[in-house]
Design a protein. Sequence first.
Length: 233
Amino acid sequence: MLTLKKDIIIAIDGYSSCGKSTLAKSLAGILKYTYIDSGAMYRAVTLYGLRNNYVRTGFVDTDKMIQNISNVKIEFRLNEETLRNELWLNGENVEDEIRGMEVANNVSPVSTIAEVRKRMVFLQQEMGKNKSIVMDGRDIGTVVFPEAELKFFVTADVDVRAQRRYKEFKEKNIPITIEEIKENIGQRDHIDATRKESPLRRAEDAVILDNSNLSREGQLEWAINYIKEHFSS
Ligand code: DC
């Protein structure tokens, strides 16, 4: 375990599928901090929309999403076996379902809706009230926690990202081509970085971490060294 001089908030932002959550989970484990995957929250809202027909491929009924956003109850509950936080939507564990391609293909348009963002940011800020949290996403260092003590901005080459995601899908026996993954990543990057509401961008005080040529372990080691240097007691 690594002990810091004081409790801090660690904000990790970056493009889709570039290893933010892997890094965030590991750091939270080492620091004994809470890990919050903010993308899972937008994915859960999207699943809610898909199930209620407010979202279909290429279409989002923005008014219906806004009218019903207060009916979307999101909780993270600890899985005692894996010791990971899992997402529950209105009392149902949807951790696996929100990782599928149907949600991945529709989540970016849903997350452009200002009212959806406002609600998620409120919930995220509540979770960070006591600090000791690692949160990853797109706007954590810029909008959710602009005062976070430590901000990482993670990037990686798009081909490297697609290869990594392809391997994960293959391990789960999900049939998909690398081209489909690349297209999804490219589309999400584009929508996330160009949307009007809280676009993905690096906070001025965020440290850039390009992990194209780093293994998971290499990336973690780099981040731990950075933390030791700046925050360790
Ligand atoms: O991190 P992820 O790929 O699971 O996120 C899914 C989508 O949610 C992503 O394409 C954009 C959106 N998102 C967002 O707009 N703001 C965040 N803080 C996190 C995710």
